[in-house]
Design a binder for this molecule. Sequence first.
Ligand code: ATP
Length: 471
Amino acid sequence: MSHKVLLVEDDRAIATVITEALRDEGFDITACASIAKRDALLSDASFDVMLTDIMLEDGDGLDGIASVREKAPSMPVIVLSAQNTLDTAVRASDSEAFEYFPKPFDLDELTQAVKQAVAQSPRSSASEGEGEGGDLPLIGRSRAMQDVYRMITRVLRNDLTVLVTGESGTGKELVAEAIHQLGSRRTGPFVAVNMAAIPHDLLESELFGHERGAFTGAHSQQIGKFEQANGGTLFLDEIGDMPAEAQTRLLRALQSGRIRRVGGRQEIGVDVRIVAATNRDLTPMIADGRFREDLFYRLNVVPIHLPPLRERREDIGALTRHFLGQAREEGLPQHSVSEEAVAALSAHDWRGNVRELRNHVFRLALMARDEVIDAELVNDLLPKPVTNGAGESDNAFEASLATWLDLKRPADGSLYHEALAEFEKPLIEHALRETNGNQLRAAELLGINRNTLRKKLGELDIRPEHYVQRR
Ligand SMILES: Nc1ncnc2c1ncn2[C@@H]1O[C@H](COP(=O)(O)OP(=O)(O)OP(=O)(O)O)[C@@H](O)[C@H]1O
């Protein structure tokens, strides 16, 4: 199916250029030059995406956008404008435009934006479940995901370093892959390295390679991931788990565009786009010296944040259908989901995010007897929340710790300190609450020195005056 694009543009030269570029990419374009014609076309047919100029021969293209939204509520709209004022940008974003392009714009960027927009228009997502979705890997049309897509389109035509943040399982690696696949480096390699999965003493050699004899066990020369990714994209996952020496070496490589293999003398030029990711908040790690601030700024040129799934529940239906399609491709029976089942899935918190949802949907596809998966089965298979009821208080800490470990997965070697830090703040807050904000008594209750408590209050950003109850 070729995707249908409605172009509303009264400048014939621009209309021709856009039409030709999009036709080359296989889109089916209908062009018109006025608001009246636009409204007539939208009444007769549905489109995957609309591109519109603002100044049109019969009025302002954004003024009537509410009626367009009524006719086609989920059709992404891309705004093109020669009036590059903040006001126009703000109006474009108020109209919930998918993307806003000030003229003159880069035709390639516009084409990429149209592809992104089309991938999430309802006409395309209707076929996602059948596995016919476009070649774009990311599913979801929530506002949060649209922000993510917008950021992705902004980095496709450049090599800026991207830092993807978000809880585990939110799709950070998928974003890195999308940037690679849709960007100008798509013909080059995509190489992923997970810092948390590689023993610290081997990490530098893994990233930068080593010469024969560089260390015990280095029997032959090895090419590192940087060199393997030459001409393509290097995805550095769990960047917060990098040991200090490797951070320094990485910073040097990013600054100079050159690397040196472990044990090697020669500097080797590498042409690599870096996408890094972390599920940990790097700010406290920078504050206590575990992560280099200068490296953070080098990596965080373009930040892309993926919100947890529980903050974009409206994506759960589309994701579920998508994963049912994947399950079928992997040989499981074909299933669909009832509306009630989607509601039940949407009510769950998905602490493991999209990864947990995906696993759950695969389990559903395996267990369901009927073609349609219902809410009862969803609820039967959902993990039961950990209860801290009577008789279970002994396990309460253990259960909370297990949940925390699932979510945060601190690096090897930092578990003890991170777990204590996590535990410390609520404990001190509890002591202050118990003692009405009296630091001396709180210190006694905790059994720690008063000065130690004062230091901790500063470090953990706790305001004791907030706990003083006025009578
Ligand atoms: N928006 C999405 N659309 C479709 N599939 C998704 C989406 N987000 C995540 N997934 C799927 O969920 C799983 C987890 O995604 P991914 O590995 O990219 O997460 P991550 O944030 O990198 O996790 P971690 O921090 O644990 O490495 C993968 O199977 C991925 O394909």
